[in-house]
Design a protein around this ligand. Structure first.
Ligand code: IPE
Ligand code: IPE
Ligand code: MG
Length: 256
């Protein structure tokens, strides 16, 4: 794929197989910066530019939900100055970018345990949710202090509370019900997971939601991820046959 008019080319060739929901593990900021002899936080700052480009691309090609892993529940264990640099950046982004997202009809949701963040950040998160909740374009989920195991534990806790208060019968608990208590239950199923930075692991991202997602790993460091990189992921996605447990023949028959 040529670098110019990437969006047009994607729409021309893959419009019938655009993933509805894409998750991205935005990895490699630190290594990207270190390669340039710069501090790791510089890589995180540059990563924000890549987020902007990614959101723009997702909107243009018609992705419905984009879920970005920004900060995992394990990332608190990083050196103090990196964690505080990331918090400052989070605050800055929430202050500077939300108006533009709103203007572009984007619904912004922060998913994860936000109670661990400062009051200032929590207030910004709540006001961003309120400002954008009625928007009908792209839903942008930013996973912050998020962990897939936390998500499952949290859903389980809510179910237990509903059983205890009599709202729910324990015998009614099944996969569908548990799914309804998980983060992102209001959105299309996750179709495609992209991880940048060269590693082939999930790092406690969307464990439940990944059940039938296609996985795309690329060695590109997150600050270098651009429209072309995203288009390559869509191209790979469009080229796979999603069978969901059926045979290839059954899938072909269903298409007729
Ligand atoms: C991902 O980049 C961003 C966060 C985890 C916040 P990294 O900071 O993990 O970059 P590498 O993997 O060390 O290069
Ligand atoms: C995953 O990246 C978390 C985010 C991208 C926010 P990490 O860099 O934290 O993952 P590991 O430690 O390499 O598994
Ligand atoms: Mg990393």
């Amino acid at each position: 794929m040529a670098k110019s008019n990437v969006v047009d080319q994607v729409l021309e060739h893959y419009s019938s197989s655009i993933p509805q929901h894409v998750g991205i593990i935005m990895d490699g900021n630190g290594r990207w910066a270190q390669q340039k002899g710069m501090p790791r936080v510089y890589g995180h700052k540059k990563g924000v530019d890549a987020v902007r480009e990614t959101v723009r691309f997702a909107r243009k090609v018609g992705v419905k939900s984009l879920t970005l892993f920004a900060f995992s529940s394990e990332n608190w264990k990083r050196p103090e100055d990196e964690v505080s640099g990331l918090m400052e950046l989070f605050m800055l982004v929430l202050t500077r970018e939300v108006n533009t997202l709103h203007k572009n009809n984007v619904r912004l949701k922060i998913v994860g345990d936000i109670s661990a963040f400062s009051d200032k950040i929590q207030k910004k998160v709540i006001s961003a949710h309120q400002m954008t909740e009625a928007n009908t374009g792209l839903t942008l989920n930013v996973a912050a202090n998020y962990g897939g195991r936390w998500d499952i534990a949290n859903a389980t806790k809510s179910i237990a509370n509903d059983v205890q208060s009599g709202k729910l019968d324990a015998n009614d608990i099944d996969e569908t019900l548990l799914g309804k208590y998980m983060c992102l239950a209001d959105q299309p199923e996750l179709d495609l997971l992209v991880r940048t930075g060269g590693e082939s692991r999930i790092s406690n991202f969307l464990l439940w939601q990944l059940a039938y997602a296609e996985l795309h790993f690329t060695s590109v460091y997150w600050p270098d991820f651009d429209e072309l990189s995203f288009a390559q992921a869509v191209e790979a996605f469009a080229g796979t046959e999603r069978r969901f447990g059926l045979t290839g023949e059954q899938i072909k028959q269903n298409e007729i």
